[in-house]
Write a protein that binds this ligand. Structure first.
Ligand code: ARG
Length: 458
């Protein structure tokens, strides 16, 4: 049965059918499609299109369709163009011609828009839970390393000492913003297009507000043309997933180079490292590389779909069928990556000794400048003097702490006998105690705030 065969004298060409059909990928929305149909049967019954007995027959027929789908016994037919067609075809087989009343005033345009919104809202909730688990893992691993010192980097060059917890927690806040974005998007996903018809609205006086409530969607969309053609929420979801993937990719990149034996800052657990088929010694960070690699693909889904949207004229256009594969692919991949990365972070071994070995006294040059500032020198000048100390030490081939007080005083008499006290990594860190800094006291505060953020969404 083709739903729209009346005005045609010949069936579709086989190749066109293959191109046109979306069943292979939209069948996963069957629960949402059936939920939409149940609610719609109620709505058109309330407005007098169906008798209560007809509505009951439709609802029980839909129940049977759902159990066949759930059990995997539903027999799809070659004529089923998409999930909407398949459900209606089977419903009519089960309950007879009354099944054909369900589509009164409805179009697949408002139907698919509703199904996909319901599906996306559920997927966003799943995603939020997976991000939440990652945030927990970050906090748990960070908590053990509030006093662990490591080099902090800018431009991949040693910059200033930081604590390992501070480094790892920097990712917590990226994921916290991702989390916030998912919540905000969910608010915009949960609008109800149902009852918009193909584009012009419903002629049977249905109560679209009641229909929206029945679907647990917030409010009916205010304009029926917008209702059937809006896919902003798909683009926004693709963006949110892409940015999340970008953050994961950055974290992965850190874990990859920190796990390189030349640095040895971290060791990935055996369960989350992979070997080489040829080189017996290898421990490869494949999960991190896959996360980094997949970010490219997910960004592609976003840009591809935006390109699909940009030229569309008013109303529904079949181009919009492209929304689903992009969305499903991005969410499937993200939901595959997240639990693995969470486990990597949870089981991560941080090696404080290797981190300490990588600290270089030159990373305290800023502290030397700050010392002079405390003695009254303007920072610009202090920067120059500290830079001179680094150069002199370099010329003598010694560390900053091996320069004599006299060497320092030759640069500026403001350097006092206490100058060597500055050259302490733990002191440098403890000094940065202002809110958001790397001092253990500030990191404690940061972690407490992170825990509060997590508790809010529990
Ligand atoms: N399979 C279609 C989609 O995914 C359903 C809507 C079809 N509407 C239409 N007018 N052909 O968008």
């Amino acid at each position: 049965m083709v739903l729209w065969s009346g005005r045609f004298s010949a069936p579709s060409d086989d190749d066109l059918k293959k191109l046109n059909d979306s069943l292979s990928f939209d069948r996963r929305m069957y629960r949402q499609d059936i939920a939409g149909s149940r609610a719609y049967a109620d709505a058109i019954c309330a407005s007098g299109v169906l008798t209560p007995a007809e509505r009951d027959a439709i609802v029980s027929g839909l129940d049977q369709v759902q159990s066949e789908m759930d059990a995997g016994t539903f027999a799809f037919q070659p004529s089923d163009e998409d999930i909407h067609t398949a459900v209606e075809r089977r419903l009519t087989e089960i309950i007879g011609d009354i099944g054909g009343k369900l589509h009164t005033g409805r179009s697949r345009n408002d139907q698919v828009a509703t199904d996909l919104r319901l599906w996306t809202a559920e997927a966003l909730a799943q995603l939020a839970a997976a991000v939440h688990a990652l945030q927990h893992a970050i906090v748990a691993t960070s908590e053990g390393h509030i006093d662990t010192l490591m080099p902090g980097y800018t431009h991949v060059q040693p910059a200033q000492p930081v604590t390992a917890a501070h480094w790892l927690m920097s990712y917590f806040w990226m994921f916290a913003r991702d989390q916030e974005r998912l919540t905000q998007i969910t608010g915009r996903v949960r609008w109800s297009p149902l009852g918009a018809g193909a584009l012009a609205g419903n002629p049977f006086g249905i109560d679209r507000h009641a229909l929206a409530r029945a679907l647990n969607l917030g409010t009916p969309m205010t304009n029926s043309i917008d209702a059937v053609s809006d896919r902003d929420y798909v683009a926004e979801t693709l963006f949110a997933v892409s940015l999340l993937a970008t953050h994961l990719s950055r974290l992965s990149e850190d874990l990859i180079w920190f796990s390189n034996p030349a640095l040895g800052f971290i060791t990935l657990d055996d369960r989350y490292s992979t070997g080489s088929s040829m080189m017996p010694q290898k421990r490869n960070p494949d999960p991190m590389e896959l996360a980094r690699g997949k970010a490219g693909r997910l960004i592609g889904n976003l840009t591809g779909f935006l390109a699909t949207l940009k030229g569309l004229p008013t109303g529904y256009n079949k181009d919009l069928q492209e929304d689903k594969e992009a969305l499903f692919d991005s969410l499937d991949n993200m939901l595959q990556i997240l639990p693995v990365i969470s486990a990597v972070v949870r089981t991560l071994k941080i090696n404080p000794a290797r981190m300490a070995e990588a600290l270089d006294e030159e990373m305290l040059a800023t502290d030397l400048a700050d010392y002079l500032v405390r003695k009254g020198m303007p920072f610009r000048q202090a920067h120059h003097c500290a830079g001179t100390a680094v150069r002199v030490a370099g010329e003598k081939g010694v560390r900053l702490s091996a320069l004599a007080v006299g060497d320092y005083q030759a640069i500026t008499p403001l350097f006092g006998d206490d100058v060597h006290q500055v050259l302490s990594f733990s002191r440098s860190i403890a000094n940065r105690s202002a809110f958001g800094g790397t001092a253990p006291s500030a990191v404690q505060e940061q972690i407490a705030l992170a825990r509060a953020v997590l508790a809010q969404s529990e």
